[in-house]
Design a protein around this ligand. Structure first.
Ligand code: SAH
Length: 355
């Protein structure tokens, strides 16, 4: 399908040459007029995909209490930033704030900061968080200098990646070009050696694809610098694993996989998160990468699910039981999604995670 963004990109590539996959993702997701996030609310059963906070309130409640415990473990600083990267509909932050209301001093000490690129989603977030004093930023660099407790769920997977195909003695980058049929697709550069990929020459063979995400490294660096300097913790939840190997670039539309070049700007584009990149760039301590199901069980999701179930019956109870399973079961989100926390050297990691 031709979209206004496809026409624009085809014109640009014909004029200036192929673009990196990272540039393609950035345009498709964040182009101010035609970008996926800039123009819609993609979440929920009627949308393109559904995320953990939209599945059940239990997700945000348990994360809220884990953050509050970490704040107490670090001596309850009397002023801190509670931040979220890519808050979607604002549901996770609303659940965190509701669950922590009863934690003495927590709300009085926190100021809420959201980093969100989409003007459309900011309006929805304002609605979800009405009654709270919230500041919005386009960039992490604008967060105040203070102790920082930060969450990001399904944020890193939306960051732009580059892809490289291993050749005999180096790498050929996969660039987005216009094919002979006049459509967008992948083309390969000539073989080059890349300093940043030298360490991957040993664990790959010709034909393998590896992915890099420079913005994940730079975000990990900025967040961890603040945590090392002022205290706090960050909790990153995403699908992926320790080290990326293979092509994980994908498009999702109407809850189904889609050709990523078919309708630029109208499908969600993501890639699996390479947690090693986040760990390597991190200037403070980080926890082990832990499956979401294990993390939520350790935080007591089953007890919370049982407590909530007592007030439910019929279809609502069935939906609640299904939501619990969806978040935790290894065949659903329990294993695919991973958690990693950043925290100051010498402190304990967040509850539910090991150092
Ligand atoms: N955390 C939410 C939404 C995940 S979708 C949830 O779990 O439901 C990704 C979110 O990140 C969206 O809010 C999107 O607009 C935002 N986003 C994507 N790239 C961004 C960027 N570079 N800077 C800031 N926000 C970004």
């Amino acid at each position: 399908m031709s979209t206004p963004l496809a026409d624009l990109l085809i014109r640009r590539i014909r004029q200036d040459g192929p673009i990196s996959l990272a540039d393609y993702m950035t345009e498709c997701l964040l182009h101010p007029e035609h970008g996926y996030y800039a123009t819609r609310d993609p979440f929920g059963a009627a949308g393109d995909f559904i995320t953990a906070p939209e599945i059940s309130q239990m997700f945000g409640e348990l994360i809220g209490l884990a953050l509050a415990q970490s704040w107490m473990d670090q001596g309850c600083p009397d002023r801190f930033v509670l931040a979220e990267l890519g808050p979607g509909r604002g549901t996770l932050m609303a659940d965190i704030l509701r669950a922590t209301k009863a934690v003495p001093g927590f709300h009085a000490a926190c100021c809420v900061h959201l980093v969100e690129a989409s003007a459309t989603l900011r309006v929805i977030q304002r609605d979800s968080l009405s009654g709270y004093d919230v500041s919005w930023h386009s960039d992490l660099g604008a967060l105040p200098d203070a102790p920082l407790w930060l969450v990001a769920n399904e944020f890193f997977d939306a960051l732009p990646i580059r892809q490289f195909e291993r050749s005999e003695n180096g790498w050929r980058e996969r660039l987005v070009h216009v094919g002979a049929d006049g459509r967008l697709g992948f083309g390969l550069t000539a073989e080059t050696r890349f300093e940043m990929l030298e360490h991957r020459m040993d664990d790959t063979k010709p034909g393998d694809i590896v992915e890099t995400c420079a913005s994940a490294a730079s975000i990990s660096d900025s967040v961890s610098q603040k945590i090392a300097r002022y205290g706090g913790a960050a909790l990153f939840v995403d699908y992926g694993d320790w080290r990326s190997l293979g092509d994980t670039f994908q498009a999702v539309k109407a809850q189904a996989f889609h050709d990523p070049f078919e309708s630029p700007g109208q499908a969600d584009l993501t890639a699996h998160v390479d947690f090693e990149t986040i760990a390597t760039a991190c200037a403070c301590a980080h926890s082990r990468v832990t499956p979401q199901g294990v993390f939520l069980e350790r935080l007591g999701i089953t007890q919370r699910a049982q407590a909530l179930a007592r007030g439910l019956s019929g279809e609502a109870l069935d939906a609640h039981i299904a939501a619990h399973r969806r978040l935790t079961h290894p065949e659903e989100m329990g294993n695919l999604f991973k958690i990693m926390a950043l925290y100051p050297e010498g402190q304990t990691p967040l509850p539910g995670l090991n150092g």
